[in-house]
Ligand binder design. Sequence first.
Ligand SMILES: N[C@H](CCC[C@H](N)C(=O)O)C(=O)O
Length: 269
Amino acid sequence: MFSLILMKQDLPFYKYQGTGNDFVLIDGFREAFPYEDLELVQALCDRRMGIGADGLIVIRPVAGYDFEMVYYNADGSQSMCGNGARCAVAFAHFCGHIQESTSFLAIDGPHEAHYSPEAVRLKMGEISTITGADSDFFVHTGSPHHVCFVPEVASFPVVEKGREIRYADHYAPAGTNVNFVQEMGPDRLFVRTYERGVEDETLSCGTGVTAAALVFGQQKAVNQVHIHTKGGNLHVSYDWDAERGTFREVWLTGPAHQVFRGEIKRGKD
Ligand SMILES: N[C@H](CCC[C@H](N)C(=O)O)C(=O)O
């Protein structure tokens, strides 16, 4: 809260959610944002003392693209965020910075996306290596993801077991996100995720369901996967480039909605 009091001017923000992964969004085309002030990010994401969110996103101008997405987890760490990117595209369209299709920059490189009121389609970066065997795998889909297949995910102790894996020496010092996955059908999964940088289960994780879909799809030779999460339903499609040994044309599709808008008031009211 200290940072909020020190802010020099009121700061307009918008709250979005993409299948329950929720974010504070700020238009960096119009507002000056103190990008180095991680205390401010933590304060704004705090669910009791601030607005409350899994992360905070600023969209800002950058040469060569429609915009750049700067993504912060609630603890102020930065990463790529699939659901956040889908919300950033919807916000950029709402702000009038883009039409229906866009090319933008994120921490893991360039992305294409297509906006409609019903859903945002986001092209993920090229993904190459899946490691692991049996029920445990690892794949980097713009952010790091451990994927663990379990027989019954609804009652699984996601926070307890997720925290163990996230902080395991094996993944130190960066850590990883942890996805627990149940096969629900030939092209259907139920995924619950413990998210690094939120340090809790989130209602969905875009890069996480993408990781789960690619691991599952490679095993079952399907390249379209429907994923149920506690926050809603997402869809992942991809092509496997056998020659290059990479997943290409990886698309994450799902809803992204503006929930409310507000202003962070200067000083202490
Ligand atoms: N917590 C993740 C970033 C956000 C991922 C998730 N919210 C998504 O939708 O991809 C990390 O630190 O790698």
